[in-house]
Ligand binder design. Structure first.
Ligand SMILES: *Cc1c(COP(=O)(O)O)cnc(C)c1O
Length: 382
């Protein structure tokens, strides 16, 4: 079986995890947690990060510190993993779903139309004319590691007084190589950035996440809230409601080892992507979706867009499966999920188009050229 995406753990990870175990520091205290935070900050060229249990926890804390309150709203993508949406509900707020454009990231033109035509600036904040609720934030996801249009998003968030949260869980290592934000990494341009180290991400800690923020105080606050908001470690004084979201030392030890491999992995992902693309050049039924040309993208997931209408996505996936190849359709759209069907969705048109026509192809860092040739052969035979 050629899997869709599996982790590759072959560097110093085992050494570091062994060390954490033999020191007895396996839980949330321990030097690997702070070391991982510092090394991630260095890598991302920012001052501080806070390591947490998951990308979802990172997003939850980002929404919380963005000031999202019950009865308010957050603009989120229709097309993305549901973990970017659920924390809005954890806080008693409501999502407003926005369409994607041809990059699969948020359609900034539609977003601007919505802000301009469907909302009113008030002294309390931006009000949604339809629901009468205050909109607090926009969440942008860099889908499959592809840099979203941050120049436009930051401008719109500023213009309308909204917090901008970057879900960079799929985009660790993606950075601009051109334009206003040249050199800036995905997750470091908005008010908050969230990363994930789940097993299928470009590097993993088994499960884990990380928060970045424009303001240093917000990052410190995240670490504090993630550790039960403990104000006195001897007498257990807590002045706020905290969470058990802190990353453990074992996870962080794994992460320190994985981070040493990240640049190699990004390089390999890009090479494999290019190899697929060359191999699929004369494939009549589809093409690989491109990445943002103004960025060095991490090429986390490869999306095959089926352009031949007669070719049914599900039967193709079945044929691949029979050939021992794992593939995956894109997510069921968030505004069509049971819990979110009654929420506002603003002209969602492109997302269903892509949802029906994209499959993700095997893209593990260690996939071989022989495996890629085999996948391409199987696609041609379909
Ligand atoms: C993986 C992922 C998350 C959540 O990360 P976890 O670490 O699994 O909680 C959130 N958003 C997107 C887009 C993701 O792909």
């Amino acid at each position: 079986m050629i899997p869709l995406s599996v982790p590759v753990i072959k560097g110093n990870e085992k050494k570091y995890v062994d060390e954490a175990i033999s020191n007895g520091w396996v839980s949330t205290s321990g030097s690997y947690v702070t070391r991982f935070e510092h090394e991630m900050a260095d890598y991302l060229k920012i001052k501080q990060t806070a390591a947490v249990q998951s990308g979802t926890a990172a997003l939850h804390l980002s929404y919380l510190l963005s000031g999202v309150k019950p009865g308010q709203e957050v603009i989120v993508p229709a097309l993305t993993f549901i973990a970017a949406v659920n924390p809005v509900k954890y806080l008693g707020a409501e999502p407003v779903f926005m369409d994607c454009d041809d990059s699969l990231n948020m359609d900034c033109q539609k977003l601007e139309d919505f802000l301009k035509k469907e909302c009113t600036k008030t002294t309390l904040g931006l009000r949604n004319n339809k629901s009468k609720r205050i909109i607090t934030a926009i969440t942008v996801v860099h889908v499959f590691g592809n840099m979203a249009d941050m120049e436009t998003l930051v401008r719109l968030a500023d213009e309308y007084g909204l917090k901008l949260i970057e879900d960079a869980t799929e985009a660790l290592g993606t950075r601009y190589t051109d334009g206003l934000y040249e050199g800036k990494f995905a997750g470091t341009m908005g008010d908050f950035g969230a990363y994930s180290f789940n097993g299928n991400k470009i590097i993993t800690t088994g499960g884990g996440g990380l928060v970045t923020a424009k303001k240093a105080a917000d990052v410190e606050r995240c670490a504090y809230l993630a550790a039960q908001a403990k104000d006195d470690t001897l007498f257990y004084v807590h002045n706020h409601i905290g969470y058990n979201y802190r990353m453990t030392n074992m996870q962080a030890a794994l992460g320190v080892g994985q981070l040493e491999c990240l640049e190699d992995y990004i390089h390999m992902k890009e090479q494999n992507y290019n190899y697929y693309r060359e191999g699929l050049e004369n494939f009549e039924d589809g093409k690989l979706m491109p990445f943002n040309e103004k960025a060095r993208n991490n090429h986390w997931f490869y999306s095959l867009l089926l352009t031949n209408k007669a070719l049914k996505r599900d039967s193709l996936m079945k044929q691949l499966k029979e050939a021992g190849i794992e593939s995956r359709p894109i997510w069921k759209l968030n505004h069509t999920q049971t819990m979110y069907q009654s929420c506002q969705a603003y002209y969602i048109e492109k997302a269903p188009y892509y949802q029906n026509r994209i499959i993700n192809l095997p893209c593990s860092v260690n996939i071989t050229e022989a495996d890629i040739n085999y996948v391409i052969e199987a696609l041609r035979k379909s």
